[in-house]
Design a protein around this ligand. Structure first.
Ligand code: URA
Length: 436
């Protein structure tokens, strides 16, 4: 089949064989298939969808477009995690040290924040001296020493994804389950870990806001992982309100440290224990989720999880003193409280609006490549279900400019809905998808 025939077959709803998909991806990545044909094919996929087999073939063809990480030399079960992103999602900073303290090796290639969602690399760079650009040798050395390593993705991994994503971005084909699933999973497969846990968010601050969409995406990614010979599970977690209390890079690092010391917000702690226990069982390091959870809790109680974070920070060039003295993290000069306009109970706290407030403050990027202010963000004092007295602070905005502080405070105020009576409760964990 030539590119025209491959586009036509998908347009007409036919299932493409692996060879056609491979040749199309290869041809596009090498510049032999022009953007207009690839755009037409993407739109055909958008409308016609793909079977699990096609999606897996697409993912594997994308992996084959570049290098893959060679994990030989790592002593211990290598694991990976991915979050579809959200507001206040500092899970990697807690989960990594937790599982490292229990003998797993978490090797993660992360991204930067974009729009209202934060990125792990930005958060880590709030720690003075922390380096996120590591080559393979350095990654392996760090993971062997600290039990975890987090670095930026190198350009030689999955070049097809960068090219396809850029085209999807301008052709209204981003929000397609097989295209998102193959994009995410190609990077996970190229990074090499045999056991992977996916944190698929749902709610206003999530990439896929509706639960059914999140379930479809989770199922598609788990199916790809299984077909590609990896052990993969997806936890569908809530992102209708921010995770934890802090949103903004340095503020989130401080909250992650508190969580590792056993003093974190309950939702963050619960999500990390859930993701961690799934990873422990997937990697064969614990026989049951209950036992895994017990060991993770013990790692916090004994201080080993916090020590694992110190070792990780130091191994990647960061100042470990920041772990015990968060005053060494960047701090914003302006604090502005957001008072409750009336009393009642918090019925809603819109994660998207809080994320947008962070962008106003400069904690997030409007477009790729924008600089971020590591010190600024929002600390929430009230979340859904909490009672509030009139005038009580709902949140505090941490800012570098007065005007931005005022604008962000207005957005944060608008994120809250206060009402009488009991608040409708959303679960933190909506579902766990183990079978694709
Ligand atoms: N994140 C990715 O890496 N790819 C997508 O297509 C969407 C979100």
């Amino acid at each position: 089949m030539n590119p025209y025939e491959i586009i036509k077959a998908k347009r007409d709803g036919q299932e493409l064989d692996g060879d056609a998909i491979r040749r199309f991806v290869q041809g596009f990545t090498r510049g032999e298939i022009p953007d207009y044909q690839a755009a037409a094919w993407l739109m055909a996929v958008y409308f016609r969808g793909m079977t699990d087999r096609e999606t897996t073939d697409l993912t594997l063809a994308m992996v084959d477009s570049g290098a893959t990480l060679d994990l030989t030399g790592i002593g211990g079960p290598v694991v990976d995690k991915h979050s579809t992103g959200g507001v206040g999602d500092k899970t990697t900073l807690v989960l990594g040290p937790l599982v490292a303290a229990c003998g797993l090796k978490l090797l993660k290639l992360s991204g930067r924040g974009l729009g209202h969602t934060g990125g792990t690399l930005d958060k880590l760079e709030a720690i003075p001296g922390f380096r996120t650009a590591l080559d393979r040798e350095a990654l392996v050395a760090v993971v062997n020493r600290a039990g975890m390593a987090v670095a930026g993705q190198t350009a030689d991994l999955v070049p097809a994804d960068g090219k396809l994503y850029a085209l999807r971005d301008v052709t209204a084909t981003v929000d397609s389950v097989p295209l998102i699933a193959s994009s995410i999973m190609s990077k996970k497969l190229a990074a090499g870990a045999p056991s992977i846990v996916l944190d698929v968010k749902t709610g206003s601050g999530a990439f896929v806001p509706d639960l059914e969409g999140a379930r479809n995406l989770a199922r598609a990614m788990v199916a790809i992982g299984r077909r590609a010979g990896r052990r993969v599970e997806a936890v569908i977690s809530d992102m209708d309100q921010p995770l934890g209390l802090a949103a903004g890079n340095a503020l989130e690092v401080a909250e992650a440290i508190a969580c590792l010391a056993g003093q974190g917000p309950e939702d963050l702690q619960e999500l990390c224990l859930t993701l961690g226990s799934r990873l422990m069982v997937l990697a064969g390091a614990a026989p049951t989720h209950t036992e895994a959870r017990g060991r993770l809790e013990e790692a916090v109680r004994s201080g080993r999880a916090l020590q694992a974070f110190r070792t990780f920070v130091e191994a990647q060039g960061g100042d470990p003193r920041a772990v015990d003295d968060p005053a060494r993290l960047p701090r914003a000069p302006i604090r502005l409280a957001v008072p409750a306009p009336a009393g009642g109970t918090v019925h809603r706290l819109d994660a998207l609006a809080v994320g947008q407030a962070c962008v106003v403050l400069g904690a997030g990027r409007r477009k790729k490549g924008d600089p971020v202010d590591l010190a600024v963000g929002v600390v929430l004092h009230k979340k859904v279900g909490d009672p509030v007295r009139p005038g009580e602070p709902l949140a505090t905005v941490h800012a570098s400019h007065h005007e931005r502080a005022e604008q962000a405070a207005a957005r944060v105020a608008g994120a809250y809905r206060l009402a009488a009576g009991r608040a409708p409760r959303r679960p933190l964990i909506h579902d766990i998808v183990s079978d694709g």
